[in-house]
Each structure stands twice: as structure tokens, then as C-alpha cells.
Design a protein around this ligand. Structure first.
Ligand SMILES: NC(=O)c1ccc[n+]([C@@H]2O[C@H](COP(=O)([O-])OP(=O)(O)OC[C@H]3O[C@@H](n4cnc5c(N)ncnc54)[C@H](O)[C@@H]3O)[C@@H](O)[C@H]2O)c1
Ligand SMILES: [Zn+2]
Length: 359
């Protein structure tokens, strides 16, 4: 399956194809303006797929080298970017050469950031291997690294030349990362499509079922398609793209207060989505019953639904400092019902009341 992200000169294809990793070289070759490719991955992903992709590049006659970095969010750093720049310089990588990001969202964001900045920008290609990366982070061109002061504080909107998704990579993912990715799939259904939401309700998308051969193709395709449409309409997040933040303002608040060592991102977003749906019902802007459906699906996926009340005050405060807050107001993404969402401006002083209604 192919999806074309139409962004004028920056347009690119998302190819979703089972077992396509071993043919990665064939997909990437047409985009090469030079002859050098630097494949960057992390140690976990390298163990399973590094050499498979490297060999497929080499078999195409491409001068390819591989760089393997430590896994984990701490690699989205200035120091790691510096190591990559050094590696590129040492290997004589020039303006026409290309970087390949093989891995989860950390690798995609970090390699994309380096591609956007090295020599004022060189081409890059995404091969996402985690569920979150396949349905979210590899599409849309947001690339970034973290600073000691906060996450994703330095970055760019920089589109890849293409995205290649092979769902078979999901079978080697740790379960907690699979469940984390599912939170984003639920989010797409909640904000954009009742039909897709029901599909997730009916089917069993657990890592065990995927390992038993259940296909994730429809989930990946639908999610990429939702994101594609939003990115085409609003590449630089001036409007509609903000809908993708559903559950994220509260979710980020929880992650931040817990110092990013408590709930995972997907868990925090699951709680955040439930909170907003319940608060919406209490405020009369969300159809009654929405919260129950959402909570049930979030729980079925293996994600928590209970807001950590002990840190409520701090979370409310953190929500007010959200990156997307402007002046005295904050933009919250609300559901009118499952599959339909809208942006609601809320005064910061009302956040406590909103959270109280949601827990
Ligand atoms: N750019 C965007 O639009 C965007 C959107 C959402 C999230 N993000 C970013 O994405 C990052 C999170 O992404 P993530 O959840 O993929 O984290 P990650 O990249 O850390 O991957 C999760 C873990 O799974 C491992 N892994 C990845 N694929 C694997 C595979 N197929 N088999 C075995 N192990 C595998 C990784 O080594 C890592 O340990 C965050 O930094 C977040 O800020 C970016
Ligand atoms: Zn998210």
C-alpha cells in the first residue's frame, strides 16, 4: 500500500509493505543524488535489522555505512547529534548524500534533526520500526532533539524523502512499547473516525496476536492516512494539526511532573484522553457515553485509565506551562463524540476545574 503525502516539492510516499525491509535498498536507490548512504540505528534495532538493511543497500551498489547508537530518549541530545555530525564528516558525507533513520521515534527525530541541519540540510529517509514511529513520528516532518530544560525544544519541520514501513518489525518490539503505540492509534480513532475506533474495539490488537500472524496493515494504513491528511492541510501546525494533541496536554503534564520516569508517554496519553472525555461530558460539550467507550478501549489495550490524583495540583500547573499555551489561554482538544473533535480555548485559571471534572 502506498500513501502519497502531497506537500508540493516536498511530497513523498509512505510505502507500507510486509517484509519490505530486505528490499530497502531498492526503495531508497531512486532518491539518491549522491552515492553515499549513512544508515543510523540503535543497538536494539541493529540486533535484528541493521545488517539486513545495510546489505540491501550494498547489494544495490550503494556506498553505505552504518552507525549504531545507544537506545533510549537520552540519545535525543546535542551530544549525540555532535557524534553523528562527526561521523558524517569522517565519512566524507556531502550535500547530495542521504541519511537513513532505522528505528523508533528517537532515531527518527534525532537522525531527522541531523539531516535538517548538517551542511544546512541533506536528504533523509525513514524506516520506522516501532508502532509509534510507524503510525505517528515518522510522518509529518517534525524532527527534534531534547535539551536539559525540556523535550523537543530544538528542531525543525523537515520532511523525509520517503517512509518505508514493514510491519513484521513489530514482532520483536517489547510489549510496553507496542501498547504505547496503540495509545496513538486510539487517539486517531477518537478524534477523526468512529468507524476506525469501532474497528479497534472489535479486533484484538495485542502483541501476542501480532506474533501469531494478525496483520496490523489496516491500523498502520488508516493512522498514516489520518496523519497525512492533517499534515497536508496544516504542515506547520497553525491550526488543525493541533487536534493530534488530544490527550497530550494532560498527558505531558503527568510525564513532566513524574520526571519522565513514571507513566510512559502512551500511558499518560491514555489517562489524558479519558480525563478530557469525562471533563467534556461534565461540561456538556461531549456526548454522554463517549468517556465510557474510550475508557473501555484504553483499558482493553493494557493502558491505565486512572488519573494519578496525588500529583493533581502539579499536573494542573504543568498543563498551564504547556508548549502550546499562549498568553492566558490554553488550547485543549475536546471530543464532541467519538470520531469528532474540536479545539477549545480555555483560560489557565479554569484548568483546575476542568481536571476536577475529568477525574
Ligand atoms: N516527530 C514526531 O512527530 C513525533 C511524534 C511522536 C513522538 N515522537 C518522539 O518519538 C519518541 C518515542 O518513540 P518510540 O516510542 O518509538 O521510542 P524509541 O525510539 O525509544 O523506541 C522504543 C524502544 O523500542 C526499541 N525498538 C524500536 N523498534 C524495535 C523493533 N522493531 N524491535 C525491537 N526493538 C525495537 C528501541 O530500541 C527502544 O528501546 C520520543 O522521543 C518522542 O518525542 C516524535
Ligand atoms: Zn503522542
Amino acid at each position: 500500500m502506498i500513501l502519497d503525502v502531497a506537500l508540493g516539492e516536498k511530497s513523498y510516499d509512505i510505502v507500507i509493505e510486509k517484509d519490505s525491509l530486505k528490499k530497502a535498498g531498492k526503495f531508497i536507490h531512486p532518491f539518491l543524488r549522491g552515492n553515499k548512504v549513512v544508515l543510523i540505528t540503535d543497538r536494539n534495532v541493529d540486533k535484528y535489522y541493521g545488517n539486513l538493511v545495510l546489505h540491501s543497500l550494498v547489494n544495490e551498489g550503494i556506498d553505505a555505512v552504518k552507525m549504531v547508537i545507544e537506545p533510549g530518549e537520552s540519545s535525543k541530545s546535542i551530544d549525540k547529534a555532535m557524534e553523528i555530525y562527526k561521523f558524517l564528516l569522517d565519512n566524507g558525507v556531502g550535500r547530495k548524500d542521504l541519511l537513513v533513520a532505522l528505528g523508533g521515534g528517537v532515531i527518527g527525530d534525532l537522525v531527522g534533526y541531523c539531516a535538517a541541519t548538517y551542511l544546512r540540510g541533506i536528504d533523509f529517509f525513514q524506516i520506522p520500526t516501532s508502532l509509534l514511529a510507524q503510525i505517528d513520528s515518522s510522518i509529518g516532518g517534525k524532527v527534534a532533539i531534547d535539551l536539559p530544560y525540556g523535550k523537543n525544544l530544538v528542531g525543525a519541520f523537515y520532511q523525509p524523502k520517503g517512509v518505508l514501513i514493514d510491519e513484521t518489525t513489530l514482532t520483536t518490539l517489547e510489549e510496553k512499547f507496542f501498547i504505547d503505540g496503540m495509545a496513538e492509534a486510539i487517539k486517531y480513532g477518537a478524534i477523526f473516525s468512529e468507524e476506525f475506533f469501532s474497528y479497534l474495539e472489535i479486533e484484538d490488537f495485542s502483541l501476542a496476536s501480532i506474533k501469531n500472524g494478525k496483520s496490523m496493515e489496516k491500523v498502520i494504513y488508516e493512522c498514516c492516512n489520518f496523519k497525512r491528511q492533517v499534515v497536508e492541510e496544516d504542515e506547520f501546525e497553525n491550526g488543525r494539526r493541533a487536534l493530534l494533541n488530544f490527550g497530550h496536554t494532560a498527558g505531558h503534564g503527568i510525564e513532566k511532573v513524574e520526571g519522565f520516569v513514571g507513566h510512559s508517554h502512551g500511558e499518560a496519553v491514555g489517562i489524558g484522553m479519558c480525563l478530557i472525555a469525562k471533563a467534556g461530558e461534565s461540561l456538556g460539550v461531549t456526548k454522554i457515553g463517549t468517556y465510557e467507550r474510550l475508557k473501555k478501549l484504553v483499558a482493553k489495550t493494557g493502558l491505565p485509565v486512572q488519573f494519578p490524583v496525588k500529583i493533581k495540583g502539579e499536573v494542573v500547573k504543568a498543563m498551564g506551562y504547556d508548549k502550546k499555551a499562549q498568553g492566558g489561554g490554553i488550547k485543549l482538544i475536546m471530543l464532541s463524540e467519538i470520531g469528532k473533535s474540536f479545539i477549545m480555548e480555555e483560560k489557565k485559571e479554569n484548568l483546575k476545574n476542568l481536571v476536577d471534572r475529568g477525574i
